[in-house]
Design a protein around this ligand. Structure first.
Ligand code: ADP
Ligand code: ASP
Ligand code: MG
Length: 468
């Protein structure tokens, strides 16, 4: 079998009929020269609406979100009416006709079976991707692309953790190949919903919010694809979050390490887990704009290229809590750090950034759900202080470590903003630090201006004088 290419389209790429028509054009062109496999997210806003309906039902209000649910099903119906063939349209109306009572039943069960709520939430959320994949299949068929709907739950096999399932890789690879290879051999174009999977027993699961990118990477890795393309609403990975820095520009190429750090520290354009499967199989990941398919976008490969001046991008993530643990016992003692991290492990809480001194450890967590228990269990180890409302800023670039003066430039630029928890060197590609959430946008804007929008001579002068 010749190599396939995975094309993933995010929610805004399939928001309405015009967007779906653009997607059909992209897939049509890909089908001429490659063997595309299509992964699609729920239509924009649909996952939020489905989860809001599940939450309302959990609070005993099964009816409150009914008008929104009816409207979102109607959006699919309307698009099918405009873009599908008469047969395809009938097929979609039948799918929607079944979804209506199924969703109503699931919502009633959410209200009535509290112990099953997390699993039912996944079942409800999965309708977003199941419906968008069925709809896109019909739209592609009407555009003469030989598309075939594939239930992603037959391919992505996961553990049973509700809302954030982990894929079981050997099963996922084997099932994905078994489902998709026969279609690809007949030059058919498989269309799968992203984000969703199932346990070995067939219980529906989801990979976490934004998880369709991860689905694309898993399918790409299983098929040893030639390329994984992430089609979104911006022209690639940009030098900063465009919602904070309107002048942010496209980064032509990134290494896997750079892309992974950016995704992890807040660049929403890629789900943090996307890079790992691609990197393991050395598959290039391209990020493209479905609203401007001619734009070059960003290419992520093993090498990337080292940008002169070393900084490629700035990512940031708000909603961070900093914990500081002070212990006199740590001085010269071993086993202290192990005991400390075991607390986080017990509560399945991920620690992002860590710094240590002789007698204290500072670290950041994003998921503060178990914080009261964590703090109680840390107390026997020393005094614990908790600061919420913090943000991580992450300056990324291959070669950061070997380029002199970057840290000086960064901190001179924001010298009036209080910086804590600085970490450089754990990874060769980033400089990470924490600021107050209320000042993070200003910090990112100023850093972007200093590192990307000024002449190098200005930068040297700023670093020398300490002026921002
Ligand atoms: P999709 O629905 O296609 O998955 P997302 O909304 O998940 O799209 O991700 C794309 C969005 O990510 C962009 O519209 C942009 O606002 C945001 N974003 C944040 N940081 C970056 C960055 N560094 N580069 C590009 N986009 C970014
Ligand atoms: N539809 C899911 C979400 O909104 C997955 C995705 O879009 O990647 O989180
Ligand atoms: Mg996304």
């Amino acid at each position: 079998m010749s190599e396939s290419t995975v094309l993933k389209f995010g929610g805004t790429s399939v928001a309405d009929a015009a967007a779906l028509q653009r997607v059909a054009g992209v897939v049509q062109r890909a089908h001429r020269s490659a063997r595309p496999v299509v992964i699609v997210s729920a239509l924009a806003g649909v996952t939020d609406a489905l989860l809001a309906a599940a939450d309302a039902a959990a609070h005993g209000d099964v009816e409150r979100m009914q008008p929104q649910l009816a409207a979102l099903l109607e959006r699919h119906a309307e698009i099918a009416g405009r873009l599908a063939s008469p047969d395809g349209n009938r097929g979609i109306q039948a799918v929607l006709g079944r979804a209506r009572p199924e969703l109503a039943d699931l919502l009633r069960r959410v209200a009535g079976e509290p112990e099953r709520r997390p699993a039912l939430r996944d079942e409800i959320a999965a309708y977003g991707e199941r419906l968008s994949a069925a709809l896109l299949t019909a739209v592609l068929l009407a555009a003469d692309v030989p598309a075939r709907y594939v239930d992603a739950r037959h391919c992505l096999i996961t553990d049973a953790a509700p809302g954030r399932a982990t894929p079981l890789l050997p099963d996922t690879e084997q099932r994905t190949r078994a489902e998709l290879a026969p279609l690809l051999e007949h030059r058919l174009v498989p269309v799968l919903g992203g984000f969703i999977g199932a346990t070995l027993e067939g219980v529906t699961t989801t990979l976490g919010r934004g998880g369709s990118d991860y689905s694309a990477a898993l399918v790409g890795a299983a098929l040893a694809a030639a390329e994984i393309q992430i089609w979104t609403d911006v022209s690639g990975v940009l030098t900063a979050d465009p919602r904070v820095v309107p002048s942010a520009g496209t980064i032509p190429s990134l290494s896997y390490a750079e892309a992974a750090e950016l995704a992890y520290f807040g660049a929403k354009v890629l789900h943090p887990k996307t890079i790992q499967p691609a990197m393991e199989r050395d598959i290039p990941v391209r990020i493209c704009n479905s609203h401007a398919p001619g734009d070059p976008g960003t290419m992520v490969t093993a090498r990337g290229d080292v940008r002169a001046g070393a900084v490629k991008a700035i990512a940031h993530k708000s909603g961070i809590t900093v914990l500081q643990i002070n212990s006199t016992r740590m001085l010269g003692a071993y086993g202290f750090l192990r005991g400390l991290f075991e607390v986080f492990e017990r509560h399945q809480t991920v620690v992002d950034v860590v710094t240590t001194s002789e007698v204290s450890v500072s670290l950041t967590v994003e998921d503060a759900g178990s914080l009261p228990d964590i703090v109680a269990e840390l107390r026997p180890l020393g005094t614990v202080s908790v600061e919420s409302g913090r943000a991580i800023v992450c300056v990324v670039g291959e070669g950061l470590r070997t380029t002199p003066g970057i840290a000086a430039r960064v901190f001179a630029t924001i010298s009036d903003i209080n910086v804590s928890l600085i970490s450089q060197g754990a990874s060769r590609v980033n400089l990470t630090f924490v600021v107050d959430e209320g000042r993070v946008q200003e910090a990112v804007l100023r850093l972007h201006e200093a590192l990307f929008e000024r002449e190098p001579a200005d930068l040297d002068a700023a670093a020398a004088t300490g002026a921002p």
